[in-house]
Design a protein around this ligand. Structure first.
Ligand code: ADP
Ligand code: MG
Length: 213
């Protein structure tokens, strides 16, 4: 499932999906952040997509690690180091145990999400990307442990990501720039949660279409 070719296809698809959601991502961070989240995501995903040829011949853990290191030096703001730790942590787990089965990929994903929580000192319910990532990770592990197929898992995770995104609407932010807004943040989705929902949706669609074969 998580072969280098799949990671690279995913990086191209993610870049296209981020660009396709410019208006939405941009307006969310403008409403309750500082308005740079779309630019950060666009620049980051563009740079990674541009590494395609350089990464093509590398083993998957090297690919994930290089993506993380590149994001660290490319994306500014809060989200850059958070996404960087996600990929570098996934790389570490993948190096120890090549992520082939859904359960192994779920474990690598969980380690990545854990790294974001540690780096950002945040949890579910703080109106951040974690409100998408944590429920998706939990559901991924559960479904994989039940022996569900990759396609069934991908279909379910799209829903979970969407629900996680929606859950941010009525939350007050306690991390990130929106944390100073108090009740004024209520009614707005979190921009980082939106980006994550878009990225998860995109990767799940690739799995459903069979791009992982
Ligand atoms: P900045 O907040 O520095 O302007 P971005 O706009 O690129 O950076 O990213 C903002 C997003 O980062 C938020 O919408 C939120 O989802 C996420 N975020 C901010 N702080 C944290 C944190 N401590 N833990 C997890 N996610 C966070
Ligand atoms: Mg911002």
């Amino acid at each position: 499932m998580m072969k280098t070719s799949f990671i690279l296809s995913a990086s191209l698809a993610i870049h296209a999906a981020i660009v396709a959601h410019e208006a939405e991502i941009e307006s969310l961070d403008r409403a309750i952040g500082d308005g740079d989240h779309y630019i950060n995501m666009k620049r980051g995903s563009e740079v990674i997509a541009g590494m395609y040829n350089e990464l093509l011949a590398l083993p998957e853990d090297d690919v994930l690690n290089k993506i993380g290191m590149k994001l660290l030096s490319t994306i500014g703001g809060a989200s850059g180091p958070l996404f960087a730790s996600f990929f570098m942590s996934m790389a570490k787990v993948t190096k120890q145990n090549v992520a082939d089965t859904p359960l192994e990929v779920a474990a690598a994903f969980a380690a990545g999400v854990q790294a974001i929580m540690q780096r950002g000192k945040a949890q579910v319910g703080e109106k951040t990307m974690l409100d998408v990532l944590v429920p998706v990770s939990t559901q991924f592990t559960t479904l994989a442990a039940e022996g569900k197929s990759s396609i069934a898992i991908a279909q379910a995770l799209k829903q979970t990501a969407y629900q996680g995104l929606e859950s941010t609407r009525n939350l007050i932010a306690t991390k990130g720039r929106a944390a100073g807004l108090g009740e004024r943040a209520i009614g707005h989705l979190d921009a980082g949660a939106k980006s994550c929902q878009v990225m998860i949706h995109t990767v799940c669609d690739l799995v459903i279409k069979g791009a992982h074969e």
